[in-house]
Write a protein that binds this ligand. Sequence first.
Ligand SMILES: [Zn+2]
Length: 333
Amino acid sequence: MEDRKAYLGLDIGGQSVKGFRLEADGRVSMRAAVATPASAGAEAVLAVVAAILAELSGDGAIATVGAGTPGGVDPSGKVAVDAANIAGWKGVDLRSALSKAVGAPSYVRNDGNLAAYAEWAARGFASRALLFVGLGTGIGAGYVEDGRMLGGIDDKALEMGHVIVYPEGRRCACGRAGCAEAYASGPSIGRIAVEMAGGFDTPLARAALSGSRINAREVYEALAKGDELAKAVHTIAAEALSRVIGQALAFLAPDTVVLGGGVLAGATSLVADVAEAASRYVYPAASAGVRFEKALLGSEAGLLGAALYGASTLLDREELLELAGKAAERLRS
Ligand SMILES: [Zn+2]
């Protein structure tokens, strides 16, 4: 029997560092996750990364390591932009740290790009130009054309969450006002519900006014029951998203737009509503024929993208397609 090596995927986020081990036959044989010691600084985060890699490496036989991180990454694998949620992350030589920990070639990309890569792979490479928009604690995005991720300088392309959709609008974590993220990230959806609660007499409004924690999940659970406040908040989020995605259609000309991330878990109508509204913000030929789809993969899209991106450096297209197909089949949400 041929000695077939495994591919490790890592997803380094502000809340957790997650990893999995993708075997050559497409099985995910091990998983690990640890809360990110984000405020303790880069060294503490790297120690967590090394511990996860040691656990997943087991007795060795690792072919490649792929990792996604928030913010930008330069071509040598150094973090090029300070992630808003990890103190001192800028300047960390992540690629070297990963290679040293595992003794295998390592690849580091922006996490939104890797999630896009996974959604492209999960569709059997069938999309020629796929735009992925992930709605979670922030808004991440990525674009894959003919199998290549669009990175721009230091992998900073597609920061769609910080495209301004309402000049002088809501305050964003980036310090400016009116970014899409201030309307359509999970926490923003929750905050808008709380701010608007006084004008409504609905179960969601009463929960918000009594001080209950409201996030996108609560808003979309309420929307499923016809809550009028939830409807109003959803309309605001969908409208902001439609504005930025409509413009992205003009810039990128994707054939497929995929919406994913934790917010989508309960937001059944979001994909259709954004598809309908985005066409109002771009000339007709740019939106004609574009498919809007819900993500096929759940919260492990970034992990799969990272592992497959590493694998893509060793496998030919057919081999990668086979690996991606088997893995995606098992990970489909
Ligand atoms: Zn912003």
